[in-house]
Design a protein around this ligand. Sequence first.
Ligand code: URA
Length: 204
Amino acid sequence: MRSIHQIRGAAHPPGWENSDSLETLRQKICSCMACRLGATRKNFVFGEGSLNAELMFIGEGPGRDEDLQGRPFVGRAGQLLDKMISAMQFRREDVYIGNIVKCRPPENRVPERDEADACMPYLMKQIALIRPKAIVLLGATPARFLLGVKGINEVRGKWQRIEGISTMPTYHPAFLLRNPPAKKTVWEDLKLVMALLGKTPKPQ
Ligand code: URA
């Protein structure tokens, strides 16, 4: 019988589901070839952060810098994400940062549905192992694949639930680099998340 993890013929590494820690999971899946992105990646970008993170961010997928370094959000969008994290009174190492797909889509295109489907069980396993108190979805791609909406504006700023975890969709930092006035809106969304986590913004 096909398991739910074997979607559209994707072959996941054997036994990955039984990983009982993030490190075991990373070791089991880091050579994954379950979708076409495995063939063109330079590095697998598993995600990083605290194993007991209260707060998790989910982006779209690795870009050029992330593919080169094997780490999520290390390019220009990542620098802005770092500022967002610190404005929320967290340190980057206290939160967890992941993506819908763990391998770079060529030319930074949006991940295809089958690529996101192939990678989704890994992300769900990460969420299950970390059990954050809140998740922030960055941009349209995680909103589309995790919430089933067509666009970010359908859900932006409104609490959602993923596996029972309070989830706030907001704009992607790369969008904010192109549209700085939208930073105000994102800050309002992030303040809702801070309130849930008992954090207060620093007085200006
Ligand atoms: N954009 C993303 O969505 N994820 C990254 O890791 C980097 C840029």
